[in-house]
Design a protein around this ligand. Structure first.
Ligand code: 5AD
Ligand code: SF4
Length: 442
């Protein structure tokens, strides 16, 4: 048992958010409480991300800032977990000896036990970065920010070797959870009030492949569909090489519960760059997946990640990214400037696009996306959307904020009683980032 007051800071992707919520669930089950301010905490845990240099630098800043706190507060425990712990554990221990606990991505289920060892006086920093294949949170329920929304990790790791990416080093090889196990967790979540589940996998389309028993993502969707009380199922992240027509056919068939929103990063629109990135598909293949999806499931919308300024990217290559973005007409996109990651294959390639050019391409791609997002959002004006009301709007507490089936943010006037429920909202206005609407009925 622990009577810690915990402050948990999370960087990075949805997988990290899930891991944090599960670790928080374990600590809560062990008696911990959670505080809003690091200053009130007896235990500060940082769940880290290694994907881009910027996220790592922010973690190092936090560790420096917490040095004084550690020195002056008896019994205060500082822990680092997740991708940086996995990749840089030994370096962190040497550079920040005031850190007590360093827990890698595959040891997170052990966190309460490791914390107890620190509390019992084990030498610190205590380093736990073994790469065990299985990680099991048992029957723990995630400690969720919103009671009705949850992530659910269906697989860990990644077997791809995109040359720029650090994930295979930080999260190891692919390991899928069998359908009955996912079903059991989903059922526990729904019994606990969840109505929308987002299934997580680094390349969700290869879910089940390592189980060698014909398990697939679409079979999992079918298995989850009958859970009463589960209203919405989402999944991330899709891979253009692995995404299959069966998935879209299943989504169309399960229309009311399978949300028609696909986050499928192209990274680049240029074949030579895609080859250098080791992505395993061409621009043509990307377009074919989108076309098949739109034929089978016309409601579907796409979201993309882009890397600009990758090694060797010419103005012509970049123009191909711009034109792919315009051809697909993504609903939303995230643009990143290439940053070299240690230990990746691309580290050996020259980082030869000047920072100013990366910056300029970033701005141009983001502006092109913004224009398309605005046009696509405007095309929803007059349509009645099914919206899950998530909470009061940040800018105007008399309004509610929710998400449409295609994950668009929408603000509308409504009673707090609607929070956590599905509502029909007629769209009356749009910006590039969100919609505005009026209740059309409940
Ligand atoms: N530099 C810049 N962006 C990166 N991403 C992954 N690795 C890098 C890197 N080295 C981006 C990709 C990925 C997203 C999560 O982060 O676009 O889809
Ligand atoms: Fe990284 Fe590529 Fe795996 Fe995505 S698919 S996590 S970009 S290696």
């Amino acid at each position: 048992m622990t009577n810690d007051k915990v402050y948990l800071l999370t960087f990075g992707c949805q997988m990290n958010k899930y891991d944090s919520a599960m670790v928080a669930g374990l600590l809560r089950d062990a008696g911990a409480v959670f505080v809003e301010n690091a200053a009130d905490a007896t235990l500060v845990l940082i769940n880290t991300c290694s994907v881009r240099a910027h996220a790592e630098e922010r973690v190092y800043n936090h560790l420096h800032l917490l040095k004084g706190r550690k020195r002056h507060t008896p019994g205060f425990v500082l822990g680092v977990m997740g991708c940086m712990a996995q990749k840089e554990g030994e370096k962190i221990a040497a550079r920040f000896p005031w850190v007590d606990l360093i827990v890698g991505t595959r040891m997170l289920d052990q966190l309460p036990r490791l914390l107890a060892r620190v509390r019992d006086g084990a030498p610190t920093p205590l380093l736990a970065i073994e790469e065990k294949a299985e990680i099991s949170f048992g029957e723990t329920l995630a400690r969720r920010e919103l009671r009705f929304l949850s992530y659910l990790s269906v697989m860990r790791g990644c077997n791809k070797r995109c040359t720029y990416c650090v994930v295979p080093h930080t999260r190891g090889v692919e390991a899928s959870r069998p359908i009955p196990e996912v079903l059991a967790e989903a059922t526990r979540l729904v019994d606990d009030g969840v109505i929308e589940i987002t299934l997580l996998g680094q390349t969700i389309d290869t879910y089940g492949r390592d189980l060698r028993d014909d398990t697939t993502l679409w079979k999992l969707l079918r298995a989850l569909y009958p859970i009463r009380g589960l209203k919405r199922i989402r999944f991330v992240t899709s891979h253009p090489r692995e995404c299959r027509e069966e998935l879209f056919a299943t989504m169309a068939e399960l229309g009311d519960k399978a949300m028609p929103f696909v986050h499928m990063p192209p990274q680049s629109g240029s074949d030579p760059i895609l080859r250098r990135m080791g992505r395993g598909y061409t621009r043509q293949r990307y377009l074919e997946v989108v076309a098949a999806a739109r034929t089978l499931c016309p409601e579907v919308e796409f979201c993309g990640d882009w890397i600009v300024g990758f090694s060797g990217e010419t103005e012509e290559d970049f123009a191909q990214s711009l034109s792919l973005l315009e051809e697909v007409r993504f609903q939303h996109g995230y643009v990143f400037k290439y940053s070299v990651r240690e230990g990746t294959p691309a580290q050996k390639l020259p980082d030869d696009v000047p920072a100013a050019v990366k910056q300029e391409r970033h701005a141009r791609l983001a502006a092109a996306q913004e224009k398309i997002s605005l046009e696509r959002n405007r095309s929803r004006i007059g349509v009645t959307e099914e919206v899950l009301a998530e909470g009061p709007s940040k800018s105007n507490p008399r309004r509610l904020t929710g998400r449409t089936r295609t994950h668009r943010l929408i603000h509308f006037p409504g009673e707090a009683a609607l929070i956590g429920k599905l509502a029909a909202v007629k769209v009356t206005g749009a910006t590039a980032l969100s919609l505005k609407g009026e209740l059309a009925g409940c």
